[in-house]
Design a protein around this ligand. Structure first.
Ligand code: COA
Length: 258
């Protein structure tokens, strides 16, 4: 793969978007490579947590590739948005936790990529924004839908209508990122978080992600039914027996992801 590099070590997969000359902007090839990467990771049993980051010190992803826009027809725009959405939904539907390590500009499709991840950590120099209105277009890779769900309609419309960039402190304040670290520390801290996640029950985490995303947007009473059904399903796993036994025997659990 030319623009997406995959590195797997000790249960952690690192997905590096590396198109530095264009601040890691997403063209059709980058989207294809991201999709291949996540389809491969689905099959890799030893991978427990996935970290996505951008190559270089300047950008996570500076957006969809604007150079394609001038000649794009409305039909092609529809196809491009649908394609980006499909790839990001594949990432969001991962049963393994996906963490965005936002190491610089996360604009447009870059912010939307971070939104499709389950957790977001940022470096102090990171900048977030949905600047599509500056180009006379709208967010098309999930920004009008995932951003309000994460930060609320008020904060989302602030970003989506003004096109302004916010720093990582403000992003943390509105709930767009979970935590901010210095640029030098970002990857080490994210790896520490990945280690903590890896020490918990993988089946339980997969079912947690399922309950949260299946329930999102439902009426509370319907969401609670989703939760009760998922709680039932987790009781069909071996890991839940090991988890309870380990607690009662005062030892650490040895989860088998079954
Ligand atoms: N699509 C295509 N190319 C992009 C890009 C994007 N989204 N973002 C940056 N680039 C390219 C620039 O065109 C430039 O290429 P060039 O050297 O061949 O001219 C290169 O990346 C470096 O960007 P540059 O603008 O020179 O860096 P900067 O430090 O002056 O500014 C940004 C950085 C992020 C503020 C600026 O690049 C920018 O506003 N990018 C667009 C962000 C955006 O609107 N994203 C949403 C798209 S829908």
């Amino acid at each position: 793969m030319e623009f997406v590099k995959l590195e797997i070590s000790g249960g952690i997969a690192k997905v590096l978007i590396d198109r530095q000359s264009k601040l890691n902007a997403l063209n059709a090839q980058v989207l294809d490579e991201l999709e291949s990467c996540f389809l491969e990771l689905k099959e890799q049993a030893e991978v427990r947590v996935i970290i996505i980051t951008g190559a270089g010190e300047k950008a996570f992803v500076a957006g969809a590739d604007i150079s394609q826009f001038p000649s794009m027809t409305s039909e092609e725009a529809h196809a491009f948005a649908s394609r980006g959405q499909a790839v990001f939904s594949l990432i969001e539907s991962s049963t393994k936790p996906v963490i965005a390590a936002v190491n610089g500009f996360a604009l447009g499709g870059g912010c939307e990529l971070a939104l499709a991840c389950h957790l977001r950590y940022a470096s102090e120099n990171a900048q977030f924004g949905q600047p599509e209105v500056k180009l006379g277009v709208i967010a098309g890779f999930g920004g009008t839908q995932r951003l309000p769900r994460l930060v609320g309609t008020g904060h989302a419309l602030d970003l989506l209508l003004s096109g302004r960039m916010i720093d990582s402190e403000e992003a943390a304040r509105i709930g767009l990122v979970n935590q901010v670290f210095s640029q030098a520390e970002l990857m080490t801290k994210v790896e520490e978080i990945a280690e903590v996640i890896m020490s918990q029950g993988p089946q339980a985490q997969a079912f947690t992600l399922k309950a949260v995303y299946d329930g999102a947007g439902l009426h509370l009473s319907e969401g609670l039914k989703v939760e009760a059904g998922t709680f039932r399903d987790v009781f069909d796993t071996e890991d839940r027996i090991e988890g309870a036994n380990a607690f009662l025997e005062r030892r650490l659990p040895k989860f088998k992801n079954r």
